[in-house]
Design a binder for this molecule. Structure first.
Ligand SMILES: Nc1ncnc2c1ncn2[C@@H]1O[C@H](COP(=O)(O)OP(=O)(O)O)[C@@H](O)[C@H]1O
Ligand SMILES: [Mg+2]
Length: 327
């Protein structure tokens, strides 16, 4: 059985289509990512699957339960950690967990046992009797994840779980998510706009933009499809000036706002030739970088736009060469 099956799911707000006819499956034990920029439709998708918002059209089955006809079955099958935090600050970690356990009518003994197990799992057992208001952002997120697992869901929904966390805490959280996926054989659907997060955690990724899934595969396959190496050239005036360099070893040249990319194999070998050719055409070059395709390049390729957030962008630029501006 598939953990999640989504067919032609659509959500409209009036005339506006926030989620546009998307379909995907999630295998049992799989970590599936929805990667896309703000406003892509990620939260809306998760809300429909979690039966918190009504779909305009389409179908979804979660753990064998139909989203429309078996809402209770769906709700018992899923754990949710939403973008906006929902802990009670004036309660302790243990009390927050206990409250959730009561909601799900988990008998006291089982509840206590699981609360201890889960708090240990996310490294918060020592802090169980401290008020949540004394917790850092990362600790709160870990507590929310532990809470979402209390009723032993088959599928965990994580909506931008590391939003606003510092890189170190984010890394820490990724390790927990991987651990629970392995220890509990739980299926995970995670939304993110951090490509590093999707790359690192997900078995498969659906790239979502303007409500549509534009590409879906393993991170490796998505990047492989783009090609061998990418040379990114920033230039103020390429649009008017660039002509085809005529190099047969260039697979593809794509133009974006303020820069263009050249995809080829063996970029290091051909870099000087390319730069000479561009300069020969009178093109001003602001900077040149060379890198292996990232999910950012995949997103660019399919949407023509950048998903970029500064932090990830800076890291992606593996070897940056600043060129002297020629006038
Ligand atoms: N309740 C709503 N009413 C109208 N528009 C909405 C509502 N919720 C979300 N949207 C719009 O739908 C689009 C997708 O939103 P959302 O699913 O939150 O995106 P994401 O989570 O990928 O950032 C956005 O353009 C957003 O403004
Ligand atoms: Mg969102």
């Amino acid at each position: 059985m598939k953990a999640v099956k989504v067919e032609n799911l659509t959500k409209k707000f009036g005339e506006f289509t926030a989620v546009d006819n998307i379909s995907f499956d999630i295998e049992e034990g799989e970590i599936f990512g929805l990667l896309g920029p703000n406003g892509a439709g990620k939260t809306t998708t998760i809300s429909m699957l979690a039966t918190m918002a009504k779909a305009t059209a389409g179908k979804a089955v979660i753990n064998g339960y139909d989203m429309k006809t078996s809402q209770d079955g769906v709700r018992k099958s899923i754990g949710i950690v939403f973008q906006d935090q929902s802990l009670d600050e004036e309660l302790t970690a243990r009390e927050n967990m206990d409250f959730h356990g009561r909601l799900y009518r988990i008998p006291k003994e089982v509840r206590e046992e699981r609360i201890e197990e889960l708090l240990r799992l996310v490294g918060l057992f020592e802090r169980k009797d401290d008020l949540v208001k004394t917790f850092s952002g990362g600790m709160r997120r870990r507590l929310e994840i532990a809470r979402g697992l209390l009723h032993r869901p088959k599928v965990l929904f994580l909506d931008e779980p590391t939003l606003g966390l510092d890189p170190q805490t984010r890394n820490y959280l990724w390790e927990y998510i991987e651990k629970l996926n392995q220890d509990f054989k739980i299926s995970v659907i995670i939304t993110t706009h951090y490509m590093e997060e999707a790359d690192r955690l997900c078995d498969r990724i659906g790239i979502i933009d303007k409500g549509k899934i534009v590409a879906m595969d393993t991170p490796e396959n998505l990047k492989d499809r783009i090609g061998g190496d990418i040379i990114t050239v920033k230039s103020p005036d390429y649009r008017e000036k660039i002509k085809d360099c005529g190099f047969f070893w260039i697979d593809r040249t794509e133009f974006f706002d303020g820069f263009f990319t050249i995809t080829l194999s063996g970029a290091e070998e051909h870099l000087t030739e390319i730069i000479s050719a561009l300069i020969g055409q009178g093109i001003k070059i602001t900077s040149v970088s060379m890198h292996k395709p990232t999910l950012e390049d995949v997103f660019l390729h399919y949407t023509g736009r950048s998903i970029r957030d500064e932090e990830a962008g800076a890291k992606d630029r593996m070897r940056m060469m600043h060129m002297v501006r020629r006038h």
